[in-house]
Design a protein around this ligand. Structure first.
Ligand code: ACO
Length: 327
């Protein structure tokens, strides 16, 4: 595992100088105290941050870039409209030819990536798969008071994992559980830069009140669905593996909102030492949040070999999923 976060720390106080918000409002509703933002012109992007996280993961896994058979890149904020950021990482890593696929599953992207890697490895097709989650949110948020319901929540960063074949069926990923429900697609979405908005017309309109370029979130609807789906998909994984909630050594939820994590912790009666949260420091980094949190939990010695680890995510789509593993 590896992670990369930009140095630039943006506190709630910093944001309250730009927009009508407060540390109290943000902390009470989300648990976030600060997040990282890319500095414009620094050269950092989802691909470059993903590459930095990947280089750390490769070194720790004792693998060279040429050992990688496939790259899976989860993001909702790709460097370019097309091609995907996966091929940009492939270029940066100097891998001449391998599949490099972007995953457009937003907050659930890393869970989808792990599951996809797991399938390719278990079928015997590939041996080493690099899975990256990376986001540049700050480049696309509305930092005026109009956008405050969304812009205070998200942060930038990247995390990466190198997955490899393990002959012992009781080690590594045991099961993944994936879902989507497109009927709620617009409840958490960014419609603007798309083929559904005729680009020449948008340019001709040059309308400063056009909000379609910024993410839209129906926060309360997202909250209600998130707590239900998180619970369902964790339960499904526990049942599949005959685990009780008390068996979990470490639960790493997608860092959506501290209140959602606390709700799930309470529901499954998990102790504080069974749950890893870092949203206070990084905000919600969407596809990057699980690999960053998992990397940190492991770096801090909170996940050890043989531990029972549960990951779960919910996000735009709506999409959700869980991964259960023996570390
Ligand atoms: N600072 C100060 N006031 C704000 C801010 C802000 N940053 N944002 C909104 N407000 C105001 C609103 O304008 C509104 O004012 P009004 O009552 O005068 O109209 C008031 O605060 C309440 O706004 P709501 O949107 O109703 O606030 P809510 O209590 O629902 O909290 C939040 C918003 C935190 C987003 C909440 O809905 C929530 O937790 N939702 C879950 C969704 C979530 O966590 N998403 C994370 C990203 S998606 C994902 O990862 C799954």
């Amino acid at each position: 595992m590896g992670k990369f976060l930009p140095d630039n720390i943006v506190t709630n106080e910093d944001l309250s100088k730009l927009i009508d918000t407060s540390d109290e409002w943000i902390t009470e509703r989300t648990g976030i105290k600060e997040r990282r933002h890319i500095v414009k012109g620094s050269g950092d992007s989802p691909a470059t941050m993903g590459n930095k996280a990947a280089l750390i993961a490769l070194e720790r896994a004792n693998r060279a870039p040429e050992d990688i058979d496939m790259i899976l890149f989860a993001t909702l904020s790709p460097d370019y409209y097309f091609p995907g950021s996966g091929v940009l990482v492939q270029k940066l890593l100097g891998i001449p030819a391998c599949p490099a696929m972007d995953i457009r599953m937003q907050c659930s992207g890393f869970i989808y990536g792990l599951s996809t890697a797991d399938q390719f490895i278990k079928t015997g097709m590939y041996k080493n798969v690099l899975v990256i989650g990376a986001e540049n949110h700050s480049g696309g948020l509305d930092f005026t008071t109009r956008g405050r319901g969304v812009s205070v929540i998200f942060g930038d960063g990247a995390g990466a994992a190198v997955l490899t074949r393990e002959e012992d069926p009781n080690k590594g990923i045991l099961s993944s559980h994936l879902y989507s429900e497109g009927q709620h697609a617009e409840e958490l979405s960014l419609i603007g830069p798309s083929t559904m908005r005729w680009v020449p017309e948008i340019i001709a309109e040059n309308d400063p009140t056009d909000e379609s370029y910024y993410p839209y979130m129906n926060g309360q609807t997202v909250f209600k669905h998130a707590v239900v789906r998180f619970s369902e998909v964790i339960n499904e994984g526990l049942q599949k593996n005959n685990w009780a909630a008390s068996d979990i050594d470490m639960f790493v939820p997608h860092q959506a909102n501290l209140r959602i994590s606390q709700f799930i912790q309470k529901k499954f009666q998990l102790r504080d030492d069974q749950v890893y949260n870092n949203i206070m420091r990084y905000g919600n980094t969407t596809a990057a949040s699980i690999p960053i949190a998992l990397t940190e939990a492991w770096e801090e010695g909170k996940i050890k070999e043989g531990d029972k680890v549960v990951l779960a995510a919910f996000g735009s789509g709506f999409t959700w999923g869980s991964t259960l593993m023996h570390w």
